[in-house]
Ligand binder design. Sequence first.
Ligand SMILES: Nc1nc2c(c(=O)[nH]1)N[C@H]1C(S)=C(S)[C@@H](COP(=O)(O)O)O[C@H]1N2
Ligand SMILES: [Mo]
Length: 213
Amino acid sequence: MLRQKYIEAKQRWAEKQRAQGAVPRVAATTGRLPPGQTLTTGFPVLDLGVKPEVPLDQWRLTIDGLVEKPVTLDWAQFNALPQVEDVSDFHCVTSWSKYDCRWSGVAFATLCELVEPMPEAHFVYFTSFDEYSTNVPMEKCLDDDVLVATRFDGQPITREHGGPARVIIPKLYAWKGAKFVKGITFLDEDKLGFWEVRGYSNGADPWKEERYA
Ligand SMILES: Nc1nc2c(c(=O)[nH]1)N[C@H]1C(S)=C(S)[C@@H](COP(=O)(O)O)O[C@H]1N2
Ligand SMILES: [Mo]
């Protein structure tokens, strides 16, 4: 009797997988999880011990440096820019990964269109309301999954996860994405950020396990 139920359940699974065209779960995970990472279903919080409270009427994002049209946007101006949504995986250097994070906000490329970086702008330096900073080569910021996000899973990003706005760069370890972002500066030479001067690798590619320099 028990055995019969077990067989039936397995049969239902087989049918479901066939119907969905699903690949076996273990194989899918192996291909998707970067080396040395462990999948989490929760959403750990990592910060410097400070979660700055930024009222929306005081929030500003300044984009400057080697650009033709530097700008400081308030919350309404930022949200009036074209919005995008993107689902991506999140990899923290401390070895947890989270799949299928649904972010929405403004594409980094849209911000570039607005300020017009000069040809010699090869590096981007991000600053935050908690005194955090991080740096990323310009070309990495232009991937079509890079955005300044204001929403997670359709809801405003909570303060602990970096609201009002945070940078998302899925193809790099998550420390390269500034929570509580307040500044984006375009530079001709690279300038190391908070963790980069403290021994984190500058490359930060999870697939190459570029964790610490
Ligand atoms: N402003 C700011 N941004 C930050 C950090 C931080 O301490 N301050 N931590 C980084 C690190 S190490 C990670 S893993 C992610 C964590 O994002 P989460 O707290 O939403 O998981 O934010 C990154 N961005
Ligand atoms: Mo991290």
